[in-house]
Design a binder for this molecule. Structure first.
Ligand SMILES: *Cc1c(COP(=O)(O)O)cnc(C)c1O
Length: 367
């Protein structure tokens, strides 16, 4: 079987995790601080707050920005469901904007058209690791007094005009689920340049306790989104080779592109970001809608796992009621049902990749 994704855990990682288990500190300890410092400095911002997941980061980000009942948050429809779940979890209304047909990232014009008097924030997602066109959207946000959260969960190491994804807006969110380029098993992080937001998020993570509060005084309605020292030890160990991991994923993507060029009906993803760097999270090709599902099923029968990322959220039963159908999302609707994520992970071998391409070719011919 060739899986869609697989974690890359080394003997050093295992030793680092075991070492923590021999200490008396299993939560809120030095490994968490070390992990926060490693990610924050990699992104080039002063603050990192490690959390139990990326979705927890979106939730705490919205809470820290004061988003709640009656507020509108603009986000793409073509994205991971956790983004919209975080918005409705706050009692806020998700307002879906359209995307660019090549980068699959938010389209600034569509964002601007989605703004109403109730709009409070934009969640900008760096889709599949391709850096989103930040400047026009940050400009629109500034003009309308909106906050911006960068969902960089798929984009650790992506760059936009010399700046690292996640470090460019009010808050950036990362996720470390096992299918991401580095993993902590489960985990996430918020990064920010804003010391006040950092302090609030740190408190909210731990039942609202502020450092000055003492353990049993609470000034904020918090929750428990803490991450254990065990997870953070894995994160610290993985971050030590982040540059090598990103390079390795770059070359995997280039090899895929080379091998696939002969297969006519597949549209490749953009291989270069104009003025930036892609952090390869997944390798997503596009197929004619009429054959995509048949190709996916046939590959599954050949034990090649592919992903149909993403079914548009404005067509999901849970989120459709929030969507105003008079606001069309033509690009999202055109892309929907055409994307196929191929097996993609650090340890994908050349033989496995050739097998995927061969079987993909056969599946398209048979479809
Ligand atoms: C992975 C991911 C997240 C976070 O996922 P968790 O499983 O909660 O860590 C958030 N947004 C996007 C776009 C993602 O791909």
């Amino acid at each position: 079987m060739i899986p869609l994704s697989a974690p890359d855990v080394t003997e050093e990682d295992i030793a680092a995790v075991s070492a923590v288990l021999r200490t008396p500190r299993l939560s809120l300890g030095p490994k968490m601080e070390e992990f926060e410092a490693a990610v924050a400095s990699f992104i080039g911002v002063p603050y990192g707050i490690a959390l139990s997941s990326g979705t927890a980061g979106l939730d705490l980000g919205l809470r820290a920005l004061g988003i709640g009942e009656g507020d509108e948050v603009i986000l793409p429809s073509f994205t991971f469901i956790g983004v919209a779940n975080a918005v409705i979890g706050r009692g806020a209304r998700p307002v879906f904007a359209d995307i660019d047909s090549v980068t699959l990232n938010l389209d600034a014009n569509s964002v601007e058209q989605a703004i109403t008097s109730r709009t409070r924030a934009i969640i900008l997602v760096h889709t599949f690791g391709y850096p989103a066109e930040l400047d026009p959207i940050l400009e629109i946000a500034r003009a309308h007094g909106l906050r911006v959260i960068e969902d960089a969960c798929e984009a650790l190491g992506a760059e936009y005009r010399g700046r690292r994804a996640g470090g460019c807006a009010d808050l950036g969110v990362f996720g470390f689920y096992p299918n991401k380029p580095i993993t902590t098993g489960e985990g996430g992080m918020i990064v920010t340049r804003n010391s006040g937001l950092a302090e609030t998020i740190r408190a909210l993570r731990n039942q609202g306790r502020r450092p000055a509060d003492g353990w049993l005084e609470h000034s904020l309605p918090g929750c428990n989104y803490r991450i254990s020292e065990i997870n953070c030890a894995l994160g610290v160990s993985q971050m030590k080779r982040i540059d090598a991991i990103l390079d390795q994923r770059d070359s995997l993507a280039m090899r895929y592109a080379e091998k696939l060029r002969g297969i006519a009906p597949v549209t490749l993803p953009p291989l270069q970001a104009t003025g930036g760097r892609i952090s390869w999270f997944v390798f997503v090709v596009r197929l004619p809608r009429a054959v995509r599902d048949r190709v996916w099923r046939r590959l599954a029968e050949q034990e090649i796992q592919c992903g149909r990322y993403f079914p548009p959220l404005h067509r999901e039963p849970l989120f459709a009621p929030f969507h105003d159908p008079s606001r069309g999302l033509p690009v999202t609707d055109a892309i929907a049902g055409t994307t196929l994520a191929l097996p993609f992970f650090n340890r994908l071998t050349d033989e496995q990749m050739s097998e995927v391409c061969l079987q993909l070719d056969a599946a398209i011919r048979a479809a």
